[in-house]
Design a binder for this molecule. Structure first.
Ligand code: ADP
Length: 644
C-alpha cells in the first residue's frame, strides 16, 4: 500500500519526532474536550495515589502493635480503597464521555473535509469505500486511543514512577536493583511503537481497500447477478481481505512478541526484588512488614510496567491506524484557511480585458422569489439577448488525474442571454467536460470562463451553482421521499407550507405530478437509495423539478445517451421546453429533436470547436462533421419520430 511507505524513514530520530507529532495531532483533535480530560486526569491521579498507598498501609497494618491499632489501620485502608473506587468510576466515565464527544466531532469534521474537497480529489482518490471506512473504523480507533489507552498508559506510568519513588525512600539500593531492567524495556517500547505504528497504518489502508470492494459489490448487486459475476466480486473481495489479513498477522506477531517480552522483563524485576529483599531480611536489615510492602510494590510496579507497555503499544497502534484520517481532518482545516487566498485568479491579459465590472445578481434562494419567478418565466428583452452571458476564452483543460492528456484545446465561445446552444460531437470530444468547467467543478488549465463578464474563478462556487443549474445524464436520487428529493434544491429556510406548494408546482411543470399522485403515498413515497424504485424517465423528471425549484439563469443539460421510451421522452421534452423558456441553455445533445430546439449548434471534435452554425446551415456542408454525425446516426432520430 502506498501509505505504508510513510513510516519507512530511516532516521530513528525523525521517527521518534514524528511519533511525537502524531501524538500532538491526536491531542489537537481532543482539544475541545480539554475540561473533561482535565477532570478525568485529576480523578486518575487520585486513584493512582490510592493504589500507591495500599502496599505501604498493608505493611503498616501488619506491623501494628495492638488489637485496637490494627482495627483503626484496617478501617483507614477500607476508606482509602473506597475513595479509590469512586475515583476510578468517575475517571472511567469522564474519559469515555470525552471520547464519545471527540468521535462525534471528528466524524463531522471528516465528512465536512471530504465534502469540501474539489471534485478532482475524488478522481485521484476513487476509493469511496475506503473513505467511508475512515468515518467508521478510524474514528473508533481514535476514540479507543484517547479515551482508553492513553489514560491507562498515563495511569500505569505514574503508578510505576510513584512506586519506584516510594521504593527509593524505603531502600534506595532495592529500588536501583529493580530499575536495572527499565532501560531495556524503554528501548523495546520505542522500537515496538515504531513498528506497530507502521504496520497498523498499512493494515488500516488494506482494511479500507477491502471495504471498498465489499461496498462496490453490494451496491452493484443487480449488475453482478445479471452478468453472473458473483464469483468475480467474491474473488476481488477475498483478495483484498487476504492482504489485510496478512498485515493483521504481522501485527499479531509484533504485539505478541512485545507483550510477552515486556511481561518477562517485569517478572525478572520481581525476581530481583525477591532475591535482594530476602538477603536484606536475612541480614536483619528489614522487618516482615517492610518486606511485605516491598513485595507488593514490586508486583505493583511490574504490573504497571507490563500494562504500560500494553497500553502504550495499543495507543500507537490505534493512532497509527487513524493517521491518514487525522491527516485529512487537520490538513483540510489548515487548507480551508489558506483556500481563500489560493482561489485561481484571472489567468491571462485577455481575461482581464474582457472581465468587466458587472454586478452579480444575488442567488435566488428564497422560495417566494423562486415561486414567483417560476409562474412568470423571464422574458428576455432584445437588449438582454445581445449581451454575452457566458464566454470561454482560449480554454485549455486536462483532468488533474491525467494531466498529460489534453481534453480541451483552445476552446473559445460566446453564448448570449436566452440563447439555446447544442454541443454535439463524437463521444469523448469534451462536451461534458465543458459543462463541468462551466459549473467550476474543475478549473481550466489556462484561459478563462466569464459569467456576465466576470471570471468565474473569482466567483464563489455557491453563487455560480445557484445561477447555473444542471440536469445530468444520471439523475441522482438521494435516499428519502420524492418530496425530499425535489425540496433539496432549496437552500433557504422558507416556511414549510410555501416549500410544499413550490414542490408541487415544480413537479407539475416537470410533468411529474400525475405520476406522483398515482402512488399511494404520493409525494411522501420513499424512493430508496439511488432511486431504485423509479424508472430512468421518472428520475430525470425529478431532476428537472429540482432545477425548476432552483430557478437558475443558465441551464446545462447533459442529455442521456440511453434512449427513453417514446412516452417518457415526450414527457421529458415537454418538461424541458417549459423550463428552458427564456433561459440560456447549453445542452449536450444526442438526439436530432433536441438539436433542432437549439438556436446554434457547436460541433466539438477532439477537444476543439470544429463547426458552428444552425442545424440547416451545418447540414448544407456535404463533407462536414455534423452532417456525417447525422447521417451515421451518431445524432439519433428519436423513437417518437421513427414511429409512423
Ligand atoms: P464527451 O462528453 O464529449 O463524450 P467528455 O467530456 O466526457 O466527453 O470526456 C472527454 C475526455 O475526458 C474523454 O477522453 C474522457 O476519457 C476524459 N475524462 C472524462 N472525465 C474524466 C475524469 N474525471 N478524469 C480523467 N479523464 C476524464
Amino acid at each position: 500500500s502506498a501509505s505504508a511507505d510513510t513510516g519507512s524513514d530511516p532516521a530513528i530520530k525523525s521517527r521518534v519526532k514524528s511519533s511525537f507529532s502524531l501524538f500532538k495531532r491526536c491531542m489537537l483533535l481532543c482539544r475541545p474536550e480539554w475540561h473533561l480530560l482535565l477532570m478525568g486526569l485529576f480523578a486518575l491521579l487520585l486513584s493512582v495515589a490510592v493504589n500507591l498507598y495500599v502496599p505501604l498501609s498493608v505493611g503498616i497494618l501488619i506491623d501494628a502493635k495492638s488489637e485496637s491499632e490494627l482495627g483503626a489501620r484496617a478501617g483507614i485502608l477500607a476508606i482509602v480503597l473506597s475513595v479509590g473506587a469512586v475515583c476510578t468510576a468517575v475517571r472511567g466515565f469522564l474519559f469515555a464521555y470525552a471520547g464519545e464527544r471527540t468521535t462525534a466531532h471528528v466524524r463531522s469534521l471528516l465528512i465536512s473535509s471530504f465534502l469540501s474537497k474539489p471534485v478532482s480529489y475524488f478522481d485521484t482518490h476513487p476509493n469511496a469505500g475506503g473513505l467511508s471506512s475512515m468515518v467508521s473504523v478510524d474514528t473508533a480507533l481514535l476514540r479507543a486511543a484517547t479515551s482508553l489507552h492513553l489514560p491507562m498508559a498515563v495511569r500505569f506510568a505514574i503508578q510505576a514512577v510513584g512506586g519506584i519513588c516510594i521504593l527509593l525512600y524505603i531502600s534506595w539500593t532495592l529500588a536501583l536493583v529493580m530499575s536495572s531492567v527499565f532501560p531495556v524495556l524503554a528501548l523495546a517500547g520505542i522500537v515496538y511503537s515504531m513498528v506497530v505504528r507502521k504496520l497498523s497504518r498499512s493494515y488500516q489502508s488494506s482494511v479500507a481497500s477491502a471495504n471498498f470492494y465489499a461496498e462496490e459489490s453490494l451496491s452493484n448487486v443487480r449488475f453482478l447477478k445479471a452478468f453472473s459475476l458473483e464469483k468475480l466480486a467474491q474473488d476481488r473481495c477475498d483478495v483484498a481481505t487476504g492482504v489485510s489479513y496478512l498485515w493483521g498477522k504481522k501485527m499479531a506477531v509484533a504485539v505478541g512478541t512485545f507483550q510477552g517480552g515486556a511481561e518477562w522483563l517485569s517478572y525478572m524485576s520481581i525476581v530481583l526484588v525477591f532475591w535482594y529483599g530476602a538477603k536484606l531480611l536475612r541480614d536483619g536489615n528489614l522487618s516482615v512488614g517492610d518486606l511485605t510492602s516491598f513485595v507488593l510494590y514490586a508486583v505493583l510496579i511490574a504490573h504497571a510496567l507490563g500494562a504500560l507497555s500494553h497500553q502504550a503499544g495499543d495507543f500507537m497502534r490505534n493512532v497509527g491506524g487513524a493517521e491518514d484520517m487525522m491527516d485529512i481532518v487537520l490538513d483540510s482545516q489548515t487548507q480551508n484557511a489558506r483556500q481563500q487566498d489560493k482561489e485561481p485568479r484571472v489567468r491571462s491579459a485577455a481575461c482581464d480585458a474582457e472581465a468587466g465590472n458587472f454586478l452579480l445578481e444575488g442567488p435566488s434562494t428564497t422560495t417566494t422569489t423562486a415561486a414567483a419567478r417560476l409562474s412568470s418565466p423571464r422574458s428576455s428583452t432584445s437588449e438582454d439577448r445581445a449581451a454575452p452571458q457566458i464566454e470561454m476564452l482560449s480554454v485549455r483543460f486536462a483532468y488533474p488525474s491525467r494531466p498529460n492528456v489534453p481534453v480541451l484545446q483552445d476552446v473559445s465561445l460566446e453564448i448570449r442571454k436566452g440563447e439555446v446552444v447544442a454541443l454535439v460531437g463524437a463521444s469523448g470530444g469534451g462536451k461534458s467536460t465543458i459543462l463541468h468547467l462551466l459549473l467550476r467543478l474543475y478549473n481550466p488549465s489556462s484561459g478563462c470562463i466569464l459569467l456576465d463578464g466576470r471570471n468565474i474563478a473569482t466567483i464563489e462556487e455557491k453563487t455560480i451553482r445557484s445561477r447555473i443549474g444542471i440536469v445530468s445524464q444520471d439523475s441522482t436520487i438521494l435516499s428519502g421521499t420524492i418530496a425530499d428529493n425535489i425540496r433539496c434544491a432549496l437552500s433557504s429556510s422558507a416556511a414549510s407550507g410555501q416549500v410544499e406548494e413550490a414542490v408541487v408546482q415544480a413537479a407539475k411543470i416537470a410533468q411529474l405530478h400525475d405520476f406522483v399522485i398515482s402512488l399511494p403515498d404520493q409525494y411522501n413515497t420513499v424512493v430508496g437509495p439511488r432511486g431504485v424504485q423509479l424508472s430512468g424517465g421518472q428520475k430525470q423528471r425529478i431532476a428537472i423539478a429540482r432545477l425548476i425549484l432552483r430557478n437558475p439563469d443558465v441551464i446545462l443539460l447533459d442529455e442521456a445517451t440511453s434512449s427513453l421510451d417514446a412516452e417518457a421522452e415526450h414527457a421529458f421534452q415537454e418538461a424541458m421546453s417549459q423550463v428552458t423558456k427564456g433561459r440560456t441553455v447549453i445542452m449536450v445533445a444526442h438526439r436530432l429533436s433536441t438539436v433542432q430546439m437549439a438556436d446554434r449548434v457547436i460541433v466539438l471534435d477532439k477537444g476543439m470547436i470544429a463547426e458552428e452554425g444552425t442545424h440547416d446551415s451545418l447540414m448544407q456542408n456535404a463533407h462536414g462533421i455534423y452532417r456525417n454525425l447525422v447521417e451515421k446516426q451518431t445524432i439519433r432520430h428519436t423513437v417518437r419520430q421513427l414511429e409512423p
